[in-house]
Design a protein around this ligand. Structure first.
Ligand code: SAH
Ligand code: SF4
Length: 433
């Protein structure tokens, strides 16, 4: 979501005459787009800001002005902290108000004493004020839903991105067409809780994600559709049927379970039990046999016992996730879990995370190794570090490195997989160049 927001912010700045700088030293304006989900991510902003302030001083000695701004969830949650710890910042605006950047920059050009801080939850939707979205290359992001009403007890999102809102169906379909016209063959629909999408169609009727997917699948030239992140309890039969009926829908679904223990899931206020999660997985798998899953995990949630953690390891063994993101529980001020008794010791969190990751990586490696010898359609969209190398992704989001002419960038190419490790595959193009 932050990559998407940064892309949209860059588009606003282009309308104001800015273009991308090659380094902070050559930039007249630097904006940090921030994440507040875990403490480490939030703290990083303050050290980065300090470093940038030094660059600003060097530039000032050369007679150059630098504007420094912060956007995103850290602003929403820590506006007072920003004013205290980084008073040199010129402006700070939350994730729902960055469409106001033109006004903010205009205000700044008039007066520059105190930072302009905007943390309002606006009545208007920023999407109605942003310049038209543009293709990011072969694969683009498209935000369809924002905010969250789930209030998992560890999570800041409902407080930083606000309550759940869905964009209208027609706006999304039009934007998707623009992205495809601009060269995207893959669209990744985004939302904090994307499968609870309930946008209005042109007759004012509420439509679900399945409806949207069926219409997107009709766009000519759009070959791959993905959506992320889904909430397990909101996977309904309509959506499961889409995985059966829409070949464009990639056979990879990110479906975070967080924990395998029902006690912990309850304390987390997740609206699913371990059994319900496994049942959803089975139904999805039944609808599309080649579907694979990835997940998010939190270890060391308050009160997590050895038995609870063992239940998490066990669910990993059952589902055999092909990829996963796993984190130590991070205590976030303002969330209910931060005040829970039985906070887990840091050393235990560390050991559990290592054990979980070892298991997750073993399944990931096994899955990647099974790709060797297969011919897979790979969407290439990044230049590799070596000359003549492109990096792309298989339908299962595995990174593939291949020696290929840059003419294949942003295209889907059949690649014979020749090698695999835990994080990536490599291969060669099938057939003649
Ligand atoms: N809406 C998505 C996730 C959004 S946040 C969902 O419900 O699955 C992305 C991930 O960050 C979460 O899935 C969770 O695993 C992790 N996360 C969120 N808050 C956290 C916290 N306080 N400590 C550790 N990990 C956290
Ligand atoms: Fe956070 Fe996701 Fe839970 Fe919403 S559903 S509160 S975004 S973890």
């Amino acid at each position: 979501m932050n990559v998407y927001d940064s892309h949209r912010i860059a588009a606003i700045l282009e309308t104001l005459g800015f273009s991308a700088a090659t380094s902070p030293k050559s930039a007249d304006l630097v904006i940090f787009n921030t994440c507040h989900i875990r403490e480490k991510a939030a703290e990083k902003v303050f050290s980065d800001l300090g470093r940038l302030n030094l660059i600003r001083e060097e530039r000032a000695a050369e007679g150059k002005d630098t504007i420094i701004g912060i956007v995103g969830c850290v602003v929403q949650a820590e506006d007072e902290e920003i004013a205290k710890r980084a008073p040199f910042v010129d402006f700070a605006t939350g994730p729902l108000t960055y469409h106001r950047l033109p006004e903010i920059l205009q205000k700044l050009s008039r007066k520059k004493e105190t930072p302009i801080i905007d943390t309002e939850f606006p009545a208007e939707s920023k999407f109605d004020f942003l310049p038209q979205n543009s293709s990011m290359g072969g694969s683009s992001f498209l935000a369809i839903q924002e905010g969250c009403n789930n209030f998992c007890t560890y999570c800041v999102v409902p407080y930083t991105r606000g309550i759940e809102t869905s964009r209208p169906v027609d706006d999304i379909l039009k934007e998707a067409q623009v992205l495809v016209d601009g060269g995207s063959v893959e669209i990744n629909l985004l939302g904090q809780n994307v499968n609870s999408y309930h946008g209005e169609d042109s007759n004012g009727k509420e439509r679900n994600l399945a409806f949207l997917l069926q219409h997107l699948a009709q766009i000519k030239g759009l070959e791959r559709i993905r959506y992320t992140t889904s909430y397990p309890a909101d996977i309904d039969d309509d959506l499961i049927a889409c995985h059966r009926d829409i070949p464009h829908l990639m056979p990879y679904l990110h479906l975070p379970v967080q924990s395998g223990s029902n006690t912990i899931l309850k304390a987390m206020n997740r609206r699913h039990t371990r059994e319900e999660y496994l049942e959803k997985i089975a139904k999805l798998k039944n609808a599309r046999k080649d579907l694979q899953f990835s997940s998010d995990f939190i270890v060391g949630f308050p009160g997590e016992t050895d038995a609870d953690f063992a239940a998490t390891l066990d669910i990993v063994r059952q589902v055999k996730f092909c990829q996963a993101f796993s984190f130590k529980y991070s205590r976030r001020a303002g969330t209910p879990a931060a005040l829970m008794p039985n906070q887990v010791e840091e050393s235990i969190k560390k050991t559990r995370l290592e054990e979980l990751q070892k298991l997750l990586f073993s399944y990931q490696l096994k899955f990647n190794k099974e790709s060797i010898g297969k011919i897979m359609p790979v969407l290439f969209d990044i230049k590799g570090r070596h000359k003549g190398e492109l990096i792309g992704r298989t339908p299962y989001m595995q990174n593939v490195h291949a020696e290929l002419s840059k003419d294949y960038c942003n295209k889907i190419v059949n690649i014979k997989i020749t090698d695999a490790n835990v994080n990536s595959l490599s291969g060669t193009k099938e057939g003649k160049e």
